[in-house]
Design a protein around this ligand. Structure first.
Ligand SMILES: Cc1cc2nc3c(=O)[nH]c(=O)nc-3n(C[C@H](O)[C@H](O)[C@H](O)COP(=O)(O)OP(=O)(O)OC[C@H]3O[C@@H](n4cnc5c(N)ncnc54)[C@H](O)[C@@H]3O)c2cc1C
Length: 401
């Protein structure tokens, strides 16, 4: 732990990165690899856990499947970057300090804010009290334990977005003894082509998932969910995946945030209100030519890399370049033996091309497994992490080089 960070008497430029998720890890490794052990820059990564959370695979954790242990401090070893394990409890953007576990104060010159997002449990009464989430490994393990002990009964998955689909499919496949109901406003795969939608639907049917669309959940109770129509659906377990919100810390510190609490950034990924704060991943509201990006790993890792490169350029007195990103796919697992991959245009609208079945399972697994080896590679060769689709005409900024 850096005394310079705690005492605030640094001579080095202190870069503090909050959150060792997909985006924060990309920023930390990329920056550490680029600045090396240079005295002039000190990189510190703060996060709740030493173990890297593979959020993309938490639906597997939630069904009792064990994932590889990945140690963040071990990956950082030898880079010169430090790791601080702790829960960030406050940010003071004027004093440029971050409070960790209420009792430690870390100072920064540049902050990278990558605290991710969680399921929005505040929008519907009862969700906070009675529903499970996939916000962390601990949450997923709690659900796994409850599912394993249930024996028989009904699991309601609230939210028919990708996390809801993947979770419902995984639970139905691992627990054929349970009745799984997937509830959502929209039908599963609403943004995909009709063929992909049909494939998703038939896969969910095959797994025994009962899909109900056009549904508004208005309350979650200990043993049921209430719909806007007045109907009650009996539920032994409710898993909530609908909507996301970012941590309150940025808003509380007076940074400009959007309605979900995400930090509003400029084209370089700096906060529009506090330019010494970069925002990355799900915690950032990043506007591209096609609109504001939505939270994904495919877009989150590039934001982390870009922030690191922008910081290095700024430290050298060079002008940072605008961030550009175009989506390219939506891979969806349907249990362990099936999947579908919808290829997309840079604005996330669906292309005609898609994969299903075994090739889609292979594709999805390859993508989900790729972040960690990417970090390992970046540690030796930072430029290897700097390739992603920039989005062509969908993201071109007039006048920018
Ligand atoms: C089940 C599931 C499946 C998904 N599948 C896909 C997919 O197939 N493809 C895709 O692109 N996206 C997928 N996503 C979304 C993807 O996981 C997120 O977009 C991605 O994790 C965002 O990365 P991030 O680094 O911004 O945040 P995260 O990965 O959430 O990391 C945030 C980090 O900050 C830490 N943290 C948060 N608050 C604090 C605090 N106060 N103090 C200390 N540490 C803190 C957390 O512990 C975590 O380590 C899926 C999500 C889920 C839940």
């Amino acid at each position: 732990m850096s005394t310079q960070h705690e005492a605030g008497v640094a001579t080095a430029h202190r870069v503090l990165i909050l959150g060792a998720g997909y985006a924060g890890m990309a920023a930390a490794i990329q920056l550490a690899a680029r600045v090396g052990r240079r005295e002039a820059v000190q990189v510190t990564l703060v996060s709740a856990q030493e173990r890297f959370t593979e959020r993309l695979r938490l639906h597997r954790t939630a069904t009792g499947q064990r994932l590889a242990e990945r140690s963040v401090p071990e990956l950082l070893a030898g880079t010169g970057a430090r790791f601080v394990r702790g829960w960030v409890t406050a940010l003071d953007a004027d004093a440029k300090t971050v409070r960790v576990d209420d009792n430690r104060v870390l100072h920064y010159d540049t902050l990278v804010y990558g605290l991710g997002s969680v399921a929005d449990t505040a929008a519907v009464p009862g969700v906070e009290d009675y529903a499970y989430t996939l916000n962390s490994v601990q949450d997923a393990e709690l659900l796994a334990d409850r599912l394993a002990r249930l024996g028989s009964g009904t699991v309601v998955v609230g939210g028919s977005g990708l996390t809801g689909i993947e979770s419902a499919a995984e639970i139905a496949e691992r627990h054929p003894e349970l009745d799984v109901v997937l509830l959502g406003r929209q039908e599963p795969g609403a943004t995909t082509t009709p063929r992909v939608k049909a494939y998703l639907r038939s896969a969910l049917d095959r797994l025994g998932v009962r899909v109900r669309s056009g549904i508004e959940v208005v309350r979650v109770r200990p043993d049921s969910v209430e719909l806007a129509s007045g109907e009650n659906i009996a539920a032994d377990i409710v898993l909530w995946t609908s909507g996301t919100r970012a941590s309150q810390l940025a808003a509380a510190a007076g940074l400009s945030v959007d309605e979900s609490g995400r930090i509003v950034t400029d084209t370089v990924l700096r906060s529009v209100s506090h330019p010494d704060v970069y925002a990355v991943g799900d915690a950032a509201a990043i506007r591209q030519g096609y609109g504001v990006m939505h939270g994904t790993c495919q877009g989150g890792m590039p934001t982390g890399v870009h922030a690191a490169v922008a910081i290095v350029r700024a430290l050298k007195g060079k002008k940072p370049r605008p961030f550009r990103f175009g989506y390219y796919h939506t891979p969806v697992s349907l249990g362990r033996h099936d999947a579908v991959v919808q290829f997309t245009h840079p604005d996330d609208s669906p292309r005609r091309m898609y994969l299903t079945g075994r090739s889609a399972v292979w594709y999805k697994e390859t993508v989900s497994a790729s972040p960690w080896p990417t970090y390992v590679r970046m540690k030796r060769m930072p430029s290897s992490g700097a390739f992603w689709p920039r989005g062509g005409r969908f993201t071109r900024v007039r006048g920018a080089r």
